[in-house]
Write a protein that binds this ligand. Structure first.
Ligand code: GRF
Length: 217
C-alpha cells in the first residue's frame, strides 16, 4: 500500500516532529513526511527536517498582510507536496475556519493537556495551580474551535506534590513522542476514523487500566 503523505507544521524545537521522522525511518511505517513547514524561519525543527533529507519550508507569517494570505501560501505548499494528512506539532498560530475545514478529518494536533481541560497556553502551570492529580496530552483531529476536535489518543501522568511546570512538561513530552507515530499509524492503516464527534477504532485491541493518584499501597 502507498504510504500516507504527511505535512508537518511546526513553530519551534520540533521534538514531536523528530519522533515522526524517526518513525518514518522504519521502512514498515505506513507514512512518510513530504514537507515540514514552519511559520518561524529560525525554528530548530527546520534543521531536523533538512538533516533527514525532508523539504523544509519557512513560511513566515509576518511577511503576510493577513492570516488568510499566510494560510493560502501554506495550502499551496501542502498541495505542491501532495500532502494527505497535516500534522500540527507545536504549531503556534491559530488557523482560520476555512483552512481547518479544508483539512477536515485530515489534520491532527498534539496538545499538552487532557482535553477538553486546559485548552490554550500554559497548560501545565494551570493544571498544577488547580491541584489536579493527573495531567497528560491529547492527540486529536482539528476543528475550528481552539484545541477542539475528535480525540484519537490520550496519555495520562500523575501530578506530584512538588511538581513544577518544567518537571511536568518533561514527564509528558515522552508520551507525546510515543503517541504521535502511533496515532499516525492508526490513521494511515485506516484503523481510526471519525464518527460524529468521536474517533472509533476498527480492528485493534484497546487496553484499559485504571490509575489512582496519589496511589496508596
Ligand atoms: C509540545 O508540548 C506540544 O504538545 C505543544 O507544543 C510543544 C511542541 O514541542 N503543542 P516540540 O516543538 O514538538 O518539541
Amino acid at each position: 500500500m502507498a504510504k500516507l503523505r504527511l505535512g508537518v507544521m511546526i513553530s519551534g524545537g520540533g521534538t514531536n516532529l523528530q519522533s515522526l521522522i524517526d518513525a518514518c525511518a522504519d521502512t514498515d511505517f505506513p507514512a512518510e513526511i513530504t514537507v515540514v513547514i514552519s511559520n518561524r524561519p529560525l525554528a530548530k525543527g527546520l534543521e531536523r527536517a533538512t538533516l533527514a533529507g525532508i523539504d523544509a519550508v519557512a513560511i513566515d507569517h509576518k511577511e503576510y498582510e493577513d492570516r488568510e494570505l499566510f494560510e493560502d501560501a501554506v495550502n499551496m505548499c501542502l498541495k505542491e507536496h501532495r500532502v494527505q494528512l497535516v500534522c500540527l506539532a507545536g504549531f503556534m498560530r491559530i488557523l482560520n475556519t476555512s483552512f481547518v475545514n479544508r483539512w477536515k478529518d485530515r489534520m491532527v494536533n498534539i496538545h499538552p493537556s487532557l482535553l477538553p481541560s486546559y485548552k490554550g497556553l500554559h497548560t501545565h502551570a494551570r493544571a498544577i495551580e488547580d491541584g489536579v492529580r493527573f495531567a497528560g496530552c491529547t492527540l486529536h483531529f482539528v476543528r475550528p474551535d481552539l484545541d477542539n476536535g475528535p480525540i484519537i489518543m490520550q496519555a495520562v501522568v500523575p501530578v506530584d506534590i512538588d511538581e513544577t511546570e518544567e518537571s511536568l512538561a518533561a514527564k509528558i513530552l515522552p508520551y507525546e513522542h510515543k503517541m504521535y507515530p502511533q496515532a499516525v499509524r492508526l490513521i494511515a492503516e485506516r484503523k481510526a476514523r471519525v464518527s460524529g464527534n468521536r474517533v472509533v477504532f476498527d480492528d485493534i485491541n484497546v487496553g484499559t487500566e485504571g490509575l489512582v493518584s496519589p496511589f496508596i499501597e
